[in-house]
Design a binder for this molecule. Structure first.
Ligand code: F0G
Length: 480
């Protein structure tokens, strides 16, 4: 939610109060330089004791509600037939409108099962944009991801309210080129993660549904961030101004054949699920659940998390939950844009994204500007962000580097965790870094894993630039 002050200024406002907190600390810049060096200039490899604001992700790090904690205590622990699972299934039916649901231990486990059951070698999967784990599972199954967004999607600075749409003409072209037999399914990702949390419109969703129906294709929704997409539809799409997030979410779910999500985001727990009203599709997946995840009534999750997820599914469509990150991101992005920082616009869900190629135009893409910016931001502030650029794209089969479409440094806003003063601190340090951007140079790999290299890869700073940023910071701001 946001609130208008008497001055006319709008600020995000927390519709919750903190009743349990975790102490955080800010280690001096000297120690931050040491920590990022030990982490191989990869923010994934930092330890949380060295992190001030952990804005790496919104996944599995949101604040749960009092009712979610209460549900965890009341959980019915059983290997099979737990009533907690049936409470979760009821919540899914009430909120998402699906009769059939199974848990998975997280979102990528759902992707694994879908790839196993629905993808054959040589297939294609058209999508608005891939997510890293989605692409890995599709490619491991021998298929190819085809991104069929409108060209505007890759323009980081834009006023287009729905950069996450699929271009319907491109979908028709794919069907013609590859034939519908080769299209495993069409995938829509709500608030497309890797292009800056950008939503698609309901109008677009319906157009894509129409094309899928005409061609007998299955439409799959990755709803990991469905509530943010619905919240943005209510704010931006004509005809939806007076609809609630709950109504929009249900309408979105009714359009697709199959839904899956990482529960680590919207529901603030550590798990995932697959849901549908199509029993035939469900029954194709179901036999594999106990093989890879666990028995049907827990699917690899702890029962306590299933209990918290049952509550989380109901709470996630409350506008104060669905809009919590969106309003903070709007504030964050607008304040940075005002000060001339190259940031992805319009603001979306999930995070504030810096355009690293514009922030650090002197660093060639082969030296990973978004990774360098994430490391530099950590040195200058203790804030942990995430590289979402070329490091996040694995090499091709011949070992050739694939340059990312855009180089983003993602500063995520976990739900109900950080406040406006935290964002003001981040804005200040990002501005300081922007003034000293010439000091930041590129990165090079010293250890590179063969798959999803961004998680565990180690890099070093070209010409040891981390030291130069640290010295400048100490001179101007101090060893703080
Ligand atoms: N799909 C989307 C759109 C996601 O954002 C994620 C995870 C997944 C699938 C995989 O789900 O992590 O539960 O296995 N995104 C996290 C992130 C990791 O930081 O953006 P998972």
């Amino acid at each position: 939610m946001s609130i208008r002050l008497s001055s006319g200024k709008e600020i995000p406002i927390e519709m919750h109060k903190a009743r349990m907190v975790q102490k955080i600390s800010l280690i001096p810049v000297d120690e931050r330089l040491k920590a990022i060096g030990e982490a191989g200039y990869n923010t994934f490899l930092l330890k949380t004791k060295d992190i001030f604001l952990d804005m790496l992700t919104d996944s599995g790090v949101n604040a749960m509600s009092d009712n979610q904690f209460a549900a965890m205590i009341k959980t019915d622990d059983a290997y099979a037939g737990s009533m907690t699972f049936y409470e979760f299934a009821d919540a899914v039916e009430d909120v998402l409108g699906y009769k059939h649901v199974m848990n998975t231990h997280q979102g990528r486990a759902a992707e694994h099962l879908l790839a196993k059951v629905f993808i054959k070698s040589g297939d294609v999967v058209p999508t608005n944009y891939h997510f890293t784990t989605t692409r890995a599972h599709i490619e491991l199954a021998g298929a190819q991801v085809l991104e069929i967004y409108y060209d505007e999607a890759l323009k980081t600075e834009s006023t287009n309210p729905f950069k996450g749409c699929i271009d319907p003409q491109k979908l028709k072209n794919v069907i013609e080129k590859y034939s519908k037999d080769k299209v495993a399914f069409v995938r829509l990702e709500a608030t497309t993660n890797l292009i800056g949390g950008q939503p698609f419109s309901m109008k677009n969703m319906k157009e894509i549904r129409q094309i899928c129906s005409e061609n007998g294709l299955m439409l799959v929704l990755d709803g990991s961030l469905i509530c943010e997409n619905a919240y943005l539809i209510s704010q931006r799409e004509k005809g939806y101004e007076n609809k609630t997030v709950a109504e929009i979410v249900k309408e979105m779910c009714g359009i697709v054949d199959l839904f899956y999500m990482s529960g680590r985001k919207n529901t603030s727990v550590r798990g995932g699920c697959i849901a549908t009203n199509n029993k035939e599709l469900f029954d194709k997946i179901r036999p594999w659940l106990p093989v890879y995840e666990g028995f049907y009534t827990y699917g690899g999750m702890s029962m306590r998390e299933v209990g918290a997820m049952a509550v989380g599914v109901r709470e996630m469509v409350d506008p104060s939950v669905a809009g919590c990150a969106v309003e903070q991101i709007k504030y964050f992005v607008n304040r940075l844009a005002e000060t001339g920082i190259p940031v992805v616009t319009p603001p979306g869900g999930l995070a504030c994204h810096l355009d690293a190629m514009k922030f650090l135009p002197h660093i060639p893409q082969s030296q990973y500007p978004a990774g360098a910016l994430a490391a530099a931001l950590y040195i200058a502030s203790g804030i942990r962000s995430m590289e979402r650029g070329t490091i996040s794209v694995d090499r091709d089969k011949e070992g050739k580097e694939i340059m990312a479409d855009i180089e983003l440094t993602r500063i995520a806003l976990p739900r109900r965790v950080y406040t406006v003063s935290h964002m003001e601190y981040a804005i200040d340090r990002i501005n300081w870094l922007y003034k000293h951007r010439d000091l930041v140079k590129g990165l090079k790999f010293v250890f590179e894993p063969p798959v999803l290299r961004f998680f565990d890869g180690r890099l070093e700073a070209v010409a040891n630039w981390g030291k130069d940023v640290t010295e400048a910071f100490k001179k101007e701001i101090g060893n703080c």
